[in-house]
Design a protein around this ligand. Sequence first.
Ligand code: ATP
Ligand code: MG
Length: 253
Amino acid sequence: MKILAITNQKGGVGKTTTCVNLAASLAHHGKKVLLVDLDPQGNASTGSGIDKAHLTHSIYHVLLNDKTLQEVIVHSEQGGFDVAPSNRELAGAEVELVNEMARETRLKQAIAKLGDAYDYVLLDCPPALNLVTVNALTAANSVMIPMQCEYYALEGLSDLVNTIKKVRAHLNPVLEIEGLLRTMFDNRNMLASQVSSQLVSHFGKKVYQTVIPRNIRLAEAPSYGMPVLVYDKASKGAMAYLELANEIIHTKQ
Ligand code: ATP
Ligand code: MG
């Protein structure tokens, strides 16, 4: 079972879009996938077709040890994967966990109880380096960092890398950065192409070969509660995420 944290404290870089569409694409390749929504915005839940307003239980209850993951997991019919959903309630977890024991390892313990039920567990992190993100980094084997190829792309990356180093030193020695994913890429944009080449020359093999293009279908699909693979399987966005799933299955173990 591979546990991948999809994280970047910068907002709107394509974390959730990547989680939902990578989950659907891995499922399409026959893999058993669980998507864990760790953002109080609940966008990964909505984008997977789950009505976050009417959840009786969510990942919030798992982090507070009120429920097991199995008890909150629902199935995304559209996506063909399972989801541990989230909603606004999760915003309170940060404060409520402060005085709790082993607060950084709550998610890790919860995932351990799943045994080998899944091939891939994808963790959709909020845009913050908070306790919930630390839980994700503590539970994960590796990290995927989606980023837009723009002038400020690398700003903030050192904070994330430092957090990863601290988690590795104190909570999760096996944690590694699997790769940087270029998202919303527009190859007609000169600056994007330059930043992209710089990323590759700096980080080499740590940059996924697959590039996710800017594609309107990817932005439209969540409002129908569908991964793009269901909404428009011939779109460039759908093809790119299938290719990313392929790259992960075959080259990243
Ligand atoms: P947050 O930090 O708020 O959680 P995020 O990093 O999860 O944001 P997304 O929600 O995935 O980012 O994407 C931000 C916006 O960009 C959304 O409206 C999404 O539909 C759109 N978007 C993401 N990827 C693409 C793409 N490749 N092409 C076009 N639009 C995209
Ligand atoms: Mg998000």
